[in-house]
Unconditional design. Structure first.
Lengths: 331, 291
């Protein structure tokens, strides 16, 4: 009961955030927090959600998710009108965004199909190799991806007459997408498909013996994760007003993993918790240690989490609650 | 004909470098079951530390400057590898995914500290006079001597590793440890020390590759990601943990890269990944991997 109330409180807080922030912060800072901290955390969180979804319910740690997000971002940037340089162009956002999501889903299915016979660290290695391969291809190909420079000026659509570049419009759009996908994941894992997926995670042989196709379910799970990552990739591209190879490179790929692991791979909410922690560190590293040494700082945090609490902040929370619960019972 | 020969020779020299770097990765993976995601960072660190030693000696015009840089790079990488195993990885033996995550954490920190300590400037070693200049090769003509040395070093590494694993007492212990760690310990072997030795050796090979590679082509940030990727692909294609498999994988990837660049420059990367996907579809354990 208390948990349910807490959940609604968090939803209410997230919805009211753009009004709450100006009460405690000066106006320009409130806007900065809305878009550049919370908005960005939600977008990263969506991409991390695709990894956490696969890890939690499938048991696969895929390092290809940032690349898949980039596939959607690049597709939108290539086809949408107004992007610089115009590669294909001519499409409105209403057409380009679904195209990007479809491309990301396809890429997810493809990654799933290539990695279908591997597990654990082999899967980790193969998905990383695929991600780095696409990155190197995109970086060296001028004709389709404008090489090292990438594609700029993907400003985003106008939503109900509001400009997407408005911090609040962006925040609510990202929040709505994140909410839908998060709810979708929680729903999906209760469907027969989700149950079979969790069965495969726990014991693939038994599920196969029951007559389910293990390979098909695995590939489909990667397709679902591809769609989620694609949604995050489209938002990230619009947030950055464009996309360049750097945003799908090794650093970016590892960053998504860091967020998922810091948040915790045991529950989808971990993706968003991890993303928020990551973004807050990213934004305030300058005050903590040294702006340029952000990677050392986040690397140490990541290492500490892996060493001390492999189930991330979600695990820390669960352990604290258990600890408090025990005390309650004792009293 | 001449052009084709040059492309093939280029592919083989590149394959030699890939083999040196990937053999360390494969060794650690095959014997310790650890995916060392910090392997690329070791390449970077070895190159920069080696260069720090090499530069003043080279300016002083000492003939052994390059060799000193080489030794420093190898030693430094070996120490880091040994520390990684001794301090972080040894107490989570068997938790493969967690170990991979730890090495990712280490690679982030190491790459960032390299940037902090050595700056982002690209560096390149100058090979000593003895292995500098060009050599006449049949069909090809004049060819950089150092690249031929690269092939010789790779052959030396391959044969040395094979002899070490199959003909020495340490090799016997390592192979026994792969099959049954507990029994090896019961026989009176200090298993953790063997683990540290394997890690140091694998890292040292990466360090060797780091200095050799930074003599053939510039050393810069981003090379860590490149050589991690190469190591992954070579080991996935060739077969996990097999020295011969690593050699086969390195030759395939090196040749594919050079031939691809000669035939369709901006799409050459795809060829490497088509090879990888094909191998995975037909033989998930790699061409020479043990199923």
């Amino acid at each position: 009961m208390a948990e349910r109330a807490a959940r609604w409180l968090i939803v209410a807080a997230l919805l009211a955030l753009p009004w709450l922030l100006p009460m405690i912060l000066p106006p320009h800072q409130a806007q900065f927090w809305t878009a550049n901290v919370f908005g960005r955390a939600i977008v990263f969180g969506i991409i991390a959600l695709s990894l956490t979804f696969l890890a939690t319910y499938g048991g696969f740690i895929s390092l290809a998710q940032m690349m898949i997000a980039g596939t959607a971002g690049y597709t939108v940037a290539i086809f949408v009108d107004g992007a610089v340089p115009a590669i294909v162009g001519g499409l409105s956002y209403a057409a380009a965004v679904p195209l990007g999501l479809a491309a990301a889903t396809l890429m997810g299915l493809l990654v799933g199909a290539i990695a279908v016979r591997t597990r654990d660290i082999y899967l980790l290695m193969i998905t990383l190799a695929l991600a780095m391969g696409v990155f190197r291809f995109v970086e060296t190909n001028i004709a389709w991806f404008n090489g090292y420079e990438g594609i700029r000026n993907v400003v985003g659509p106008r939503l109900f007459g509001y400009d997407f570049r408005n911090a609040y419009v962006f925040y609510y759009a990202a929040l709505a997408v994140a909410g839908l996908l998060y709810g979708g994941v929680l729903y999906l894992v209760r469907t027969p498909f989700g149950l079979v997926l969790q069965g495969i995670r726990d014991n693939a042989r038994r599920v196969a013996a029951l007559g389910y196709s293990v390979a098909l379910h695995r590939i489909l799970a990667f397709g679902v994760a591809g769609f989620i990552a694609g949604a995050g990739g489209v938002l990230a591209t619009i947030y950055n007003i464009g996309i360049s190879p750097g945003s799908i490179g090794l650093g970016a790929t590892v960053n998504i993993l860091i967020m998922s692991v810091i948040g915790g791979l045991g529950h989808p909410i971990g993706a968003f918790i991890g993303a928020l922690i990551f973004v807050v560190f990213d934004t305030f590293a300058a005050d903590l240690y040294d702006r340029d040494r952000f990677n050392t700082l986040i690397g140490l945090v990541f290492l500490a989490i892996v060493l001390v609490s492999p189930d991330g902040m979600v695990g820390v929370g669960a352990r604290l609650r258990r600890l408090l619960g025990v005390r309650h019972a004792a009293a | 004909m001449g052009l084709a020969a040059i492309v093939v020779l280029n592919g083989l020299t590149l394959a030699a470098l890939y083999f040196i770097v990937a053999s360390g990765f494969s060794l650690i993976f095959g014997l310790m079951r650890v995916v060392n995601m910090a392997h690329g960072s070791l390449y970077l660190v070895a190159g920069y530390v080696g260069y720090r030693v090499f530069e003043p000696l080279y300016d002083a015009d000492v003939w052994w400057a390059w060799y000193a840089g080489l030794a420093a790079g190898i030693a430094f990488a070996a120490v880091i590898g040994a520390l990684l195993q001794a301090l972080l990885l040894s107490w989570m033996q068997g938790q493969e995914l967690r170990q991979a995550l730890v090495t990712i954490g280490v690679s982030i920190i190491v790459a960032d500290q390299v940037l902090a300590v050595f700056g982002g400037t690209p560096r390149q070693f100058f090979a000593p006079d003895a292995i500098f200049g060009s050599t006449q090769v049949p069909l090809v003509g004049g060819y950089p001597t150092f690249r031929l040395v690269q092939i010789a070093v790779a052959l030396g590494v391959g044969i040395g590793l094979w002899l070490l694993l199959n003909r020495t007492r340490l090799g016997m212990m390592i192979r026994a440890g792969v099959d049954d760690r507990e029994m090896l310990g019961a026989c009176g072997v200090n298993v953790p020390v063997v683990g540290v030795a394997v890690f140091a050796l694998g890292a040292a090979l990466c360090g060797l590759g780091g200095v050799i590679g930074s003599t053939a082509q510039p050393l810069a940030l981003g090379q860590d990601g490149r050589f991690l990727l190469i190591s992954l692909v070579v080991v996935i294609v060739g077969g996990m943990g097999s020295v011969t498999g690593t050699a086969v994988g390195a030759v395939l990837v090196g040749l594919a890269e050079q031939i691809g660049q000669a035939l369709f420059p901006t799409y050459s990367v795809i060829l490497t990944f088509v090879i990888m996907a094909t191998v995975l579809a037909l033989r998930p354990q790699g061409i020479l991997g043990r199923g």
